[in-house]
Write a protein that binds this ligand. Structure first.
Ligand SMILES: *[C@@H]1O[C@H](CO)[C@@H](O)[C@H](O)[C@H]1NC(C)=O
Ligand SMILES: *[C@@H]1O[C@H](CO)[C@@H](O)[C@H](O)[C@H]1NC(C)=O
Ligand SMILES: *[C@@H]1O[C@H](CO)[C@@H](O)[C@H](O)[C@H]1NC(C)=O
Ligand SMILES: *[C@@H]1O[C@H](CO)[C@@H](O)[C@H](O)[C@H]1NC(C)=O
Length: 265
């Protein structure tokens, strides 16, 4: 006969573990991002493991069909880099293609539902090409290749909270006159906006002026690389699909990259 105490203990044990908690792993996120790059090089989205019940493809802030997307054309990739957010189970991949008549600089966030990195639930891409703001893939590649994106020592990683604040603070500079001074600018820090280079990156910043806040913000935050990427719609200046990525080292901003889809002329 089981004692009453034991039955209560067993009931508590089972009710406390209704489902198995699954962790989102860095390895899983990076491996899914690599499958995305392989599909892009092949021009073949059918190789991707997409969720059958919950998948969305978005390109330049519009939901669209993956079969007709950038992924269905092969591109030679000169540079790629991925950051990983194990809390939101998402990754950010930057890739640059300088070859051919249609060069690209692309920022893609990949999301996974229920921490299941074996399946992709969203591919969210901002893709800039010839004619977009400050676009020159060759120049961008030259700047970005020289950067050091090695993982930060565990003792000097910025908090998730700080990274989120830096990402938001940056995008708020056009609507909030005080936002620029809320950001910890590094002294030797580089800003690459499209192919336009500024050093130090805290030079000539906007201080308000627009009444429209930059909207549609989607975040990938990686404490290991000290980075935040925010995909958004750059409403302060126009309804432009945009990616802003910032790296923080030793508590200060080290790199800023922007990809902005704005056809000029
Ligand atoms: C997903 O994984 C993260 C990181 O391990 C964890 O904090 C979170 O609770 C998990 N979420 C779910 C729905 O299991
Ligand atoms: C991505 O970049 C790494 C170097 O950081 C390189 O080893 C790898 O081959 C690249 N992958 C693709 C698909 O180009
Ligand atoms: C579908 O995927 C999105 C991420 O792309 C996630 O936020 C959402 O919770 C998922 N829905 C379900 C029902 O799993
Ligand atoms: C891009 O920049 C490179 C290096 O400055 C230059 O040689 C090239 O002509 C530029 N390309 C275009 C399309 O403007």
């Amino acid at each position: 006969m089981l004692s009453k105490t034991l039955l209560v203990a067993l009931a508590t044990l089972f009710s406390a573990t209704p489902t198995l908690a699954v962790d989102c792993t860095r390895e899983g996120l990076i491996s899914a991002a690599q499958s995305y790059l392989a599909a892009q090089i092949a021009g073949s989205p059918s190789t991707l493991k997409l969720s059958a019940s919950n998948f969305t493809y978005q390109q330049n802030n519009k939901v669209s069909t993956i079969a007709k997307s950038l992924l269905s054309t092969p591109y030679k990739i000169d540079y790629n880099r991925t950051s990983a957010d194990t809390i939101d189970c998402a990754s950010y991949t930057l890739w640059i293609s300088t070859a051919g008549s249609k060069p690209y600089v692309v920022g893609t966030q990949i999301r996974h539902a229920n921490n299941n990195t074996a399946e992709i639930s969203m591919i969210d891409t901002v893709a800039a090409t010839t004619g977009d703001l400050f676009f020159n893939a060759t120049k961008t590649l030259d700047y970005i290749r020289k950067e050091d994106w090695s993982p930060l020592a565990a003792s000097s990683r910025p908090s998730r909270d700080l990274l989120k604040k830096v990402g938001d603070g940056y995008l708020d500079m056009w609507t909030d006159a005080k936002a620029a001074d809320s950001i910890p600018w590094g002294t030797d820090c580089e800003r690459v906006e499209g192919s336009q280079y500024t050093n130090p990156c805290g030079k000539s910043l906007p201080r308000g002026g627009s009444s429209k806040k930059n909207g549609m913000r989607r975040y990938v935050i990686d404490e290991v690389l000290g980075s935040v990427d925010v995909l958004c719609q750059f409403d302060s200046l126009g309804a432009w699909p945009d990616s802003h990525e910032v790296r923080v080292q030793e508590g200060k901003v080290k790199y800023v990259h922007t990809i902005t889809v704005m056809k000029v002329g």
